[in-house]
Write a protein that binds this ligand. Structure first.
Ligand SMILES: [Zn+2]
Length: 374
């Protein structure tokens, strides 16, 4: 069995059980940082958020390849943070994977920064407490969180960087009905989208992860367009010569808390680290990266009710109803987002209403009452 398949089988041993939904907060990860074995991890408080929450870096390994991994720059994108704590458990007690863990730590030194935006996590919102989108602050560095990330990058000068995010449920992998459960990008560092040695390494490493993951989630991996974004972190860190990999966790059937995608992150990241430590990603080629289909936005809904007869102003007509879940600070709510011919769209759950009547529907309306149909 392949290493990645064994990780898949044994994941539950490493899963950090105290994190089990998406809305955990800074106070929930503090004890998980404090409990680390000091003989395994070197823990440093690298700075504070705008509202003075501590941000930590966990360092492990003695190898010469430096790799920096940061998560949750956007406060409501917590999937990879949870996976990082699973990965810490793995390195603290690798059990049957002692050889692989040792291989990684002898070749690499890993610098983990979990939950870069704790103030955003507190409110379960994208932006930080200044209402700045940290991922558009890579040049000005006016957010304390962005500033400390870039300073660390410049001090450590890692060979690889992992920029860990979440995307909406509604991206499809290519023009298909399949959700982009994971998406990747080897960000460009200029408008011409030049591929230099450093960017090429990002591409090959992504191709390697794609190869591993597509066995677990066939047709459900996408990649982002590589338009250069002058103020984004991935692009600027790539520009500085750190081979940067963007991983975006996305939707999966009946995985509203993203626990399955978290498991995929665990497998993808450890497999990638192992691949770097053995250099096996170098066997991949740029076309292996380019064959990953582009993400297509807004192709998917959480729910579609098809062939509804609806009635307004005493007139009746047939329509499909597209429903999406919205993240509020403390819960998800369902909202009607589209009405009409949705024959070219897909959903995680679909139902043919066979011309049943639902009166007075409109876009933006709360759709909780439609849950009963599923
Ligand atoms: Zn993000």
């Amino acid at each position: 069995m392949l290493f990645s398949e064994q990780l898949y089988e044994k994941y539950e041993i490493y899963k950090e059980k105290s994190l089990f939904h998406r809305r955990f907060k800074h106070k929930d990860i503090l004890p998980l940082i404090k409990k680390r074995n000091p003989n395994v991890f070197k823990i440093t408080e690298i700075g504070k958020s705008f509202e003075d929450r501590e941000i930590f870096m966990l360092k492990i390994g003695t190898g010469k390849i430096k790799i920096m991994l940061w998560s949750q720059m956007h406060g409501d994108e917590s999937t990879a943070t949870a996976a990082l704590f699973d990965i810490f458990n793995f390195f603290e007690n690798p059990e049957s994977f002692k050889n692989e863990a040792q291989q990684i730590l002898n070749s690499c030194t890993l610098y983990f920064i979990p939950m870069l935006n704790p103030d955003g996590a507190e409110r379960f919102q994208r932006r930080n407490a200044q209402d700045i989108d940290i991922n558009r602050d890579a040049l000005r560095l006016e957010s304390p969180e962005g500033n400390l990330l870039m300073n660390l990058r410049d001090k450590i000068k890692p060979e690889f960087g992992f920029n860990l995010h979440d995307q909406d449920n509604w991206y499809s992998a290519g023009d298909t009905k399949f959700p982009a459960t994971l998406s990747f990008l080897a960000p460009a560092f200029d408008k011409e989208k030049t591929i230099n040695e450093s960017r090429k390494k990002s591409m090959l490493l992504i191709a390697e992860m794609n190869e591993i993951l597509k066995k677990l989630i066939p047709n459900q991996i996408g990649r982002y367009f590589d338009d250069f974004m002058p103020t984004a972190f991935g692009d600027n860190i790539q520009k500085k010569g750190t081979s940067t990999v963007l991983i975006e966790s996305g939707g999966f059937y009946k995985d509203t808390e993203r626990q399955f995608v978290r498991k995929l992150n665990f497998i993808a990241i450890i497999s990638a680290l192992y691949s770097v430590s053995t250099n096996s990603y170098q066997k991949k080629e740029i076309p292996d990266y380019e064959k990953i289909p582009f993400n297509k936005k807004n192709k998917l809904f959480d729910y579609i009710l098809r062939n509804v007869v609806t009635e307004k102003n005493g007139k009746t007509y047939v329509a499909d109803i597209g429903i999406r879940s919205k993240d509020l600070q403390d819960k998800d709510i369902l909202t009607i987002e589209d009405i009409g011919d949705l024959s070219q769209n897909f959903a995680f759950s679909e139902l043919d209403m066979k011309h049943r009547i639902i009166k007075n529907i409109s876009i933006g309306q709360d759709a909780d009452f439609l849950k009963g149909f599923f």
